[in-house]
Design a protein around this ligand. Structure first.
Ligand code: ATP
Ligand code: ZN
Length: 210
């Protein structure tokens, strides 16, 4: 039996469950529980915080997972990715206060930046030759400039309205993300076969949606 970890409640949850259902896999809805078993496919679904999913799949506690690439790469396990799923598209962007002067990334030299993605942002800035002071905070990143915690932020953006509402303007795209299927790299032959069946069904669902 395959164990698939999905987000318990959040932006990935509904689309993850819908994808599994559209693959013809039935299970009792039980988002208040920690896990459910499918009735017509050897699959168990674990409901977890999205941040915990990459580590559980890396360690083999779960065989598979559905998680945003942003969380996967930040966790340091990009190699677990099996395929993109086409939903929960968003980007990780740098933003500065609307009135701040900004011409290029070089303007962030020595600046303090609040983010929940220090690894991805750190890699990006290193590549650009920019040294900045990163403040890692776990939420409400967009209010950091207005409370004086940082001069810029790097956060997830989908429409940009949250940035506007906080008097910020997006100046650089750091990373583009979508939901991805991830898998443990040491699955046994039986589980690999089940993963292939599942991928085959997921690809058929995505073709049918287009
Ligand atoms: P959890 O409680 O599981 O830790 P969370 O609050 O960290 O949840 P969500 O806000 O539910 O996470 O977002 C889950 C994922 O959805 C993000 O990591 C990202 O990949 C994707 N996403 C898509 N659009 C957005 C958006 N506008 N804001 C935040 N995340 C988005
Ligand atoms: Zn999370």
């Amino acid at each position: 039996m395959l164990r698939l970890a999905i987000q318990k409640s959040g932006r990935l949850s509904e689309d993850s469950l819908n994808l599994i259902r559209e693959c013809g896999i039935s299970f009792l809805a039980a988002s208040n529980k920690l896990k459910t078993e499918a009735t017509n496919f050897p699959l168990e679904i674990l409901y977890l915080r999205d941040d915990d999913i990459p580590g559980y799949v890396q360690d083999g506690v779960a065989d598979l997972g559905i998680v945003g690439q942003n969380v996967l790469v930040e966790a340091g396990f990009p190699a677990l990715e099996v395929e993109g799923l086409g939903f929960s598209k968003c980007r990780l962007s740098l933003a500065v206060p609307r009135a701040a002067a900004y011409d290029s990334i070089q303007d962030l030299q020595g600046v303090s930046i609040a983010t929940s993605y220090p690894q991805i942002l750190g890699d990006y800035l290193r590549e650009k030759g920019v040294q900045a002071h990163l403040h890692t905070i776990s939420g409400s990143v967009e209010i950091a400039p207005s409370i004086g915690l940082a001069e810029a932020i790097c956060d997830i953006v989908s429409s940009g309205s949250t940035l506007l509402g906080n008097g910020l303007r997006e100046v650089e795209t750091v990373f583009r993300s979508e939901a991805v299927l991830i898998a443990n790299q040491n699955l046994n032959a039986e589980k690999k076969e089940l993963l292939e069946q599942l991928q085959f069904r997921m690809q058929a669902v995505r073709r049918a949606r287009r």
